[in-house]
Design a protein around this ligand. Structure first.
Ligand code: COA
Ligand code: AMP
Length: 630
């Protein structure tokens, strides 16, 4: 069947389409109904079913006689170690960890926060939660204690599972002091923490609260899989929104199982037993969907890679891992390829490896620039597929579905909507615009299985963030267009979210940090184009009257503050002091215009600007920090 036929099939009978996809899942109680409407704009999939995530990701493969197949390949150039874990071993480890959690009082519906680097234990922790119906919330290691505290207070975890440290090139990141600081700062306190001690830096345990990872699993009764309702949350994953308070995206159990399993063949073109590698981090949605759940549910081997595209030890690492582990489908962010390309523009290192196993490459997380795609395609000789999705959707909204049909690649476009997504480009009034015209990208409700049904304990915020602007639609927060053939082009965010090295960050959250500096009266943060990371944040500071300290000191301090309060991942390194910020007459800061000046892209003088002369001052300030054609 062609893509067009599959998409038309879905459109003519969406519920039937997903009920059929649901046949590939092992149910404890089959759903009798696919979709349930819970309220205005609120939908749930397979709500009346009973099912277990861990059973589908692990146990059923052992049951089917595939216990000896490798489930996880751990490859860690930063610790010089490699390890394979079979499905049977994984079942054993996960059942024991789940048993230990249960023995400490963790029950169905309890939240468990996971703060771990790229080690197999992170996946085991996620799966162990699913095994007993606990709801996990993984926090990315590059966030600072304060961000962790915000998530602890929102998710209110009974337990925290953490590692003693993570390893970044050239430094060991001690997780435990960050964790201790976060728990101290948070109002909610977990009942206990279990700490995976890594030899690179072991942590001091706090008596009465912290347990040793290995010890707390000793002698426990392994836990069986507990069937949960299809609409039971599998996890909460926090993502950046407009403010400093992140949004707790939740994912329901059954929808996730059905949708991710469907994508493995249709989009990623792998058969069970193929090796699938997403070079991301468990702290991001890509890590949830395509390092942990998708591949394992589908019976693929997944690669847990603890390293970087460059420097661990060189720009040939990706190719080494692909050739050594016979990776079939590889998923990374464009920024990673740009980093590799910068060090090895001619692909000399590619030629050192046998990449014959590799059939296709996928890019997401940020706009894939045509140069990067072409470079990768030339080097690797396989299709390089841009696909577009978000933490909220959990899987691709638009892609080139190689497992259904390879569509012609149009550079700059993540191709076409996947079944489940009816994508429209809307004008400000919510009317669809003509092909080729720019607008807000929205998806007709209901969203498909595996997407967010709501936000954790924040239904009103869910509605105001995603549903209220365009009634009947989910607002993606991205702007773009559709061409005559239905290919989508994703151009920019419509909100204050920026994308730095494939990491989604909120400029609003950074502004909140800057505004807290005692010398800062007013501030703005914008994202400017960056050849490597896609975008980089830049801060503008207006200082309080009477501040007579060197401005460079204030700049240094705010850079440090963002690192301390949001984390190194914010990559906030550039700021400048200005007298005034450009605003509209109603007082709205013209961030878009400032970004256009910095990027030297075409811009129009906003009709509502209060004082156009301020833009000249902004240009001078940008030149002062090496931007705006300095
Ligand atoms: N724990 C602690 N610190 C972390 C971290 C983690 N898990 N991940 C990143 N950091 C730190 C880095 O060490 C760096 O710190 P520094 O300011 O002291 O140098 C900072 O956060 C910024 O990191 P990063 O954005 O990764 O930049 P980089 O310069 O270290 O590396 C790339 C650049 C392009 C190689 C890297 O960003 C990369 O691999 N990107 C791909 C991202 C990706 O796969 N995203 C997933 C979406 S699919
Ligand atoms: P995240 O929730 O971190 O996955 O970030 C999602 C956002 O990243 C999207 O809303 C887009 O703004 C951007 N994004 C992700 N994939 C793509 C892509 N293929 N092309 C353009 N932008 C993308």
């Amino acid at each position: 069947m062609s893509y067009k036929e599959v998409y038309a099939n879905w459109k003519s009978d969406p519920e039937g389409f997903w009920m059929q996809a649901a046949e590939a899942i092992d149910w404890d109680q089959k759903p009798t109904q696919a979709l349930t409407q819970k309220g205005e704009g609120l939908f749930e999939w397979f709500a009346d079913s009973k099912v277990n995530t861990c059973w589908n990701a692990v146990d059923r493969h052992v049951e089917a006689g595939h216990g000896d197949r490798v489930a996880i390949i751990y490859d860690s150039p930063v610790t010089n170690s490699k390890r394979n874990i079979t499905f049977a071993e994984l079942q054993d480890k996960v059942a024991r960890l789940a048993g230990a959690l249960r023995a400490q009082g963790v029950e169905k519906g309890d939240r468990v926060l996971i703060y771990m680097p790229m080690v197999p234990e992170a996946l085991q922790a996620m799966l162990a939660c699913g095994r007993i119906g606990a709801i996990h919330s993984v926090v990315f290691g590059g966030f600072a204690a304060n961000e962790l505290a915000v998530r602890i207070d929102d998710a209110k975890p009974k337990a925290i599972l953490a590692a003693s440290c993570g390893i970044e090139p050239g430094r060991v990141v001690e997780y435990k002091p960050l964790l201790d600081g976060a728990i101290e700062a948070a109002t909610h306190k977990p009942t206990f923490c279990a700490i995976l001690q890594r030899e690179q830096k072991t942590a001091d345990l706090i008596e009465g609260r912290d347990l040793d990872w290995a010890e707390f699993q000793q002698g426990v009764t392994p836990a069986e899989c507990l069937p949960v309702e299809g609409n039971h949350p599998s996890y909460i994953l926090y993502t950046s929104g407009t403010t400093g308070q992140p949004k707790g995206v939740i994912r329901h159990t059954a929808g996730q199982l059905v949708a991710l399993n469907w994508t493995m063949k249709a989009i990623y073109n792998v058969a069970p037993d193929d090796v699938f590698w997403a070079a991301s981090d468990v702290g991001w949605v890509v890590g949830h969907s395509y390092i942990c759940y998708g591949p394992l549910i589908h019976g693929n081997t997944t690669v847990v890679f603890e390293g970087k595209p460059v420097g661990t030890p060189d720009a040939g690492t990706f190719w080494r891992v692909i050739s050594e582990h016979k990776v079939t489908s590889f998923f990374t962010a464009p920024t990673a390829f740009r980093a590799v390309k910068r060090e090895d523009p001619t692909g000399a290192l590619v030629k050192d490896y046998d990449l014959s196993s590799l059939k296709q490459v996928y890019l997401a997380g940020e706009r894939a620039d045509p140069d990067t795609i072409e470079w990768a395609q030339t080097q690797l000789g396989v299709p390089v597929i841009d696909h577009w999705w978000q933490t909220e959707t959990g899987w691709a909204i638009a892609a080139n579905p190689l497992g259904i049909e390879e569509l012609p690649i149009k550079l700059g476009s993540p191709a076409v909507p996947m079944p489940g997504y009816d994508v429209e480009i809307l004008d400000d009034a919510g009317h669809p615009v003509a092909a080729g015209e720019l607008g807000a990208i929205a998806i007709k409700l209901p969203l498909p299985p595996g997407t967010l049904p709501t936000l954790w304990n924040a239904e009103e915020r869910f509605k105001s963030s995603y549903l209220n602007t365009f009634p009947g639609y989910y607002e993606t927060g991205d702007a773009g267009m559709k061409d005559e053939e239905g290919y989508l082009y994703i151009m920019a965010r419509t909100d204050d979210v920026i994308n730095v090295a494939g990491h989604r960050l909120s400029t609003g959250a950074m502004e909140e940090v800057l505004a807290n500096h005692p010398d800062v009266a007013e501030c703005a943060v914008i994202g400017v184009s960056d050849a490597l990371k896609g975008q980089m944040p830049v801060g503008f500071l207006c200082l309080n009257a009477g501040v007579d300290r060197p401005q460079d000191d204030v700049v240094r301090e705010v850079v440090q503050l963002v690192r301390q309060q949001i984390g190194p991942v914010a990559a906030f390194k550039m700021a400048t002091v200005v007298d005034r910020l450009p605003k509209t007459r109603s007082g709205k800061i013209l961030r878009g215009t400032m970004a256009a000046i910095a990027d030297e892209t075409a811009w129009k003088m906003p009709a509502t600007i209060d004082d156009p002369a301020i833009l000249d001052e902004i240009t001078v300030a940008l030149k002062g920090i090496g931007l705006a054609g300095a």
